[in-house]
Design a protein around this ligand. Structure first.
Ligand SMILES: O=C(O)c1ccc[n+]([C@@H]2O[C@H](COP(=O)([O-])O)[C@@H](O)[C@H]2O)c1
Ligand SMILES: Cc1cc2nc[nH]c2cc1C
Length: 347
């Protein structure tokens, strides 16, 4: 399933032209810092000097995790479906942040351990009612992995076909910091102690236990390729995000990466298609232990660091206005010439 994507590195043909436009805006050279890098990249992705952020969409994938049976989260599993209901009712942080900016939000049941009423305004893409406990066996079957990847990819294709060129990924799933930590350890080789964190708020004793369980799970379940790692330790929401990211990059959409769990999906996508990074903007550095090193592994520079560790796509939603500003400045700012402002002589 993962071999079918066609992801191209950026075409740099218009790079000099775009850089020239940026350099001649009414500002000292380079004075818009990272906004300038963003603007250039969005121009190259869209192959235009007049880029647009069209119908930005935040997609929140939810799934449950069998590993919660081992007490790796301070919250009970039912919080996953209860928070999905909260997303639908508009009461979660991600609802507030998307509403503030007028962004669209889609909530996906990727594999929550609950029977949702089919009439609810959800993307009903459930693969199964939660994964298996990966302490004892792989989290999902190969068929389930392929189903999740395919469903994620198809959903993004649909969003793209409806006119969106910018997609932000979020997630919800009690226990998913354990899945993400296991993926991080397997892909990066970084010690489990540096990958596993407190998640929703484990105390010292809880964290120690989580690390011990994850280490044992790694011993119990050999997994080598990125697909095997995802199948063995992933969640349905994480696998769906992998498929969604691959499809988004194939469609040349801008991908806004949220926190620790969404970044773990990117670790898998990147291991399969390194060029996917050309399409990614890293919204923030989460406070979850491990995210900083995960970002360093990807050579990623996050836009924000607000000590957040919520997930849901909240970091991504907060970064979207910055991304929008980078597009606005290249489209709307005057040049020295058009504004009649004198330029420095030694440019
Ligand atoms: O996005 C992050 O960086 C992040 C960091 C810590 C926790 N979370 C959220 O907390 C939940 C997982 O935490 P836990 O402790 O149950 O593994 C899940 O719903 C995530 O959205 C999210
Ligand atoms: C209340 C709550 C809200 C969340 N949002 C994302 N992960 C979450 C975890 C909990 C526990």
């Amino acid at each position: 399933m993962t071999s079918k994507f066609e992801i191209n590195s950026l075409n740099t043909q218009i790079q000099e032209q775009v850089q020239h436009i940026i350099n001649h805006k009414t500002k000292p050279l380079g004075a818009l810092g990272i906004l300038e890098d963003l603007a250039l990249r969005i121009c190259l992705i869209q192959e235009t000097v007049s880029p647009k952020i069209a119908s930005p969409t935040v997609v929140v994938f939810a799934g449950d995790h069998g590993i919660t049976q081992e007490g790796v989260s301070p919250y009970p599993q039912e919080v996953s479906w209860q928070m999905v209901m909260n997303f639908i009712a508009g009461g979660a942080a991600i609802n507030v942040f998307t509403k503030q900016n007028g962004w669209d939000i889609l909530v996906v049941d990727a594999g929550v351990n609950h029977d949702f009423d089919p009439a609810l305004p959800l993307q009903h893409l459930k693969v199964a009612k939660g994964t298996q406990n990966f302490l004892h066996s792989p989290a999902m079957t190969k068929a389930q992995l392929d189903e999740a990847l395919e469903k994620g990819a198809n959903l993004v294709q649909k969003i793209h076909d409806q006119g969106s060129n910018c997609i932000a990924f979020g997630e919800m799933g009690i226990g998913n910091t354990s899945a993400a930590a296991a993926i991080m350890h397997k892909i990066t080789g970084i010690a489990m102690e540096a990958c596993a964190g407190r998640g929703t708020g484990l105390n010292d004793e809880g964290l120690e236990k989580k690390i011990a369980i994850l280490k044992q799970a790694i011993i119990n379940n050999p997994a080598y390729t990125p697909e095997e790692i995802l199948q063995t330790f992933g969640g349905f929401e994480i696998a769906m995000i992998v498929g969604a990211m691959l499809s988004a990059a194939q469609q040349k959409m801008l991908i806004v990466v949220d926190g620790f769990i969404v970044s773990s999906a990117l670790l898998i996508a990147h291991a399969l298609y390194p060029q996917i990074l050309d399409y990614c903007v890293f919204a923030h550095q989460s406070d979850e232990t491990g995210h900083k090193q995960m970002l360093q592994f990807l050579k990623a520079k996050p836009l924000l660091n607000l000590n957040m560790r919520l997930g849901e796509g909240t970091g991504a939603a907060l970064a979207l206005p910055i991304i929008q500003a980078s597009v606005n400045f290249i489209n709307e700012m005057s040049s020295f010439e058009s504004a009649g402002v004198r330029e420095s002589e030694d440019r």
